[in-house]
Design a protein around this ligand. Structure first.
Ligand code: SF4
Length: 458
């Protein structure tokens, strides 16, 4: 599934074959398109297109582009408010600054930008922001006009990392277009690689900015998949993961479609199949995704009830269709040791590979050394260490078992090495000495080390 979060479908360049363009978008997996009006004459057209093409997943945004800023009047603002009330309108914009062309004076651009953010707050819609060569000014206006109250997106992002991070701090999303695929866009790709995928949207901005494989031609929503592919290479994820996650983000921002309501038992990321068997955990980490979201990488994981072993096996299907089956999910899998043993035995009998992502507290949870029981069933363990000392572990992970847990986790890691491959993960939380953790993993515990990023879940 893909969402083209910013297109201009009402432009005359689509008049000859608009229906064909929409058919190709559906065939390419584009479930929704937000078609954006940048001038007053287009407001009625985008709303009409969205109303007549509900089945094709078309939604609209209405606003005034900075090029047109000097034409904004209070009468136009009243009209904009009327259009914004249409149920198919999901955003206000595009608005902002364009200091590259300066078709309107800077003062008029700023006034129109501020006025439209005010309207967005009045009608409760997120803002769609255009910003070109105006990084500091854009962030300053968004801050001063309290745009964080409605949220929004910096569309067709072309700014630097500092600007992107400032926008994320305001709760905004960053949207990348086909320009991410251009040969001379290394700086933009560095920015895209540094941002959490949970805050990224993708778009075509069609008919402009056709991505690299079709560059020079008229762009259209079906080509948004090339942006997803470029991001997948930057983030080490499959294009399907990028499509699912950026679609989830766009659905959240624009309140379109319906987010999954049932927790998944099995879910795919890259070429691994993850199993979600419990939402319980023997830790209460302050950074845990369960505190803030039901979703991990676009998958709903909050279970209404814990699945049986049969249900998990059914959800796995063919265990050789993925690189590995990973007990991970949204809690501590070794709390359900019997189920892990049953399902792992089934996977191994069918030629699959098993990894367990764990907090390493299996011995404390069950009051015995459980690792020999998993011999031959589990090929690899990935253990969250997350701290360089007992005191820090207690502060970060807040384990049920209290003092002594950190040393017990380290003992689990040492013992696990005798039975399977083992690696340790550490989240780069403020205050954690990552290099010291790496030395503990590699030199003291003699296992692999992987850094996980604080703002990246799953
Ligand atoms: S160990 Fe993992 S699942 Fe448990 S609280 Fe910490 S982050 Fe959450």
């Amino acid at each position: 599934m893909l969402i083209d979060s910013h297109a201009h479908l009402t432009m005359s360049r689509f008049d000859a074959d608009r229906e064909d363009v929409l058919s190709r978008a559906r065939a390419a997996g584009v479930a929704y398109v937000v078609t954006v009006a940048a001038e007053q004459a287009d407001w009625a057209r985008v709303v009409a297109l969205a109303q007549t093409h509900k089945a094709e997943g078309i939604y609209a945004a209405v606003g005034l582009h900075p090029h047109e800023a000097s034409s904004l009047t209070e009468e136009m603002c009243r009209e904009l408010i009327v259009w914004a009330a249409d149920p198919r309108v999901v955003g206000l914009g595009e608005m902002g600054f364009d200091f590259h062309y300066r078709h309107s004076p800077a003062v008029a651009q700023e006034a129109a930008f501020r006025r439209q953010i005010g309207i967005a707050r009045e009608v409760g819609l997120p803002v769609v922001v255009h910003s070109r060569e105006a990084e500091e000014e854009t962030i300053r206006v968004l801050q001063e006009e309290r745009a964080s109250e409605v949220g929004g997106v910096l569309h067709c992002f072309s700014g630097n990392l500092e600007m992107a991070r400032a926008a994320l701090d305001l709760g905004f999303f960053i949207s990348f277009s086909g320009s991410l695929t251009f040969k001379n866009a290394d700086a933009l790709r560095e920015v895209a690689a540094a941002l959490p995928i949970e805050r990224i949207l993708i778009e075509t901005d069609c008919p402009y900015l056709a991505p690299q494989p079709v560059r020079g031609k008229r762009n259209e929503p079906a080509h948004v998949r090339h942006v997803a592919e470029a991001l997948s290479a930057l983030h080490g994820l499959a294009p399907e993961d990028i499509g699912r996650m950026t679609s989830h983000n766009a659905m959240q921002l624009f309140s379109i479609g319906s987010l999954e309501s049932e927790g998944k038992i099995a879910y795919r990321i890259r070429d691994s199949l993850y199993l979600n068997i419990t939402n319980r955990c023997s830790n209460a980490c302050g950074f845990c995704v369960r505190n803030v979201s039901d979703f991990v990488k676009g998958h709903q994981l909050r279970l209404a009830e814990e699945p049986t072993a049969d249900a998990v096996i059914h959800a796995v299907g063919d265990p050789t269709a993925c690189r590995e089956v990973v007990f991970c999910g949204y809690g501590e899998p070794l709390l359900r040791l019997d189920l892990v043993k049953t399902v792992s035995a089934w996977v191994k009998q069918r030629g699959g590979r098993v990894r367990v992502n764990t907090n390493g507290q299996g011995r404390l949870i069950h009051g015995r050394n459980i690792l020999p029981e998993l011999e031959g069933l589990v090929d690899a363990y990935s253990v969250s260490l997350n701290a360089e000392s007992e005191a820090q572990y207690l502060e970060i992970c807040r384990p049920d078992s209290g003092p002594g847990t950190y040393e017990a986790v380290k003992a689990f890691i040492r013992e696990a090495r005798r039975h399977a491959e083992v690696s340790v993960t550490v989240v780069n939380l403020p205050g954690v000495d990552v290099e010291r953790c790496r030395r503990i993993a590699e030199e003291e515990l003699h296992v692999g080390f992987r850094l996980r990023y604080y703002d990246e879940v799953g």
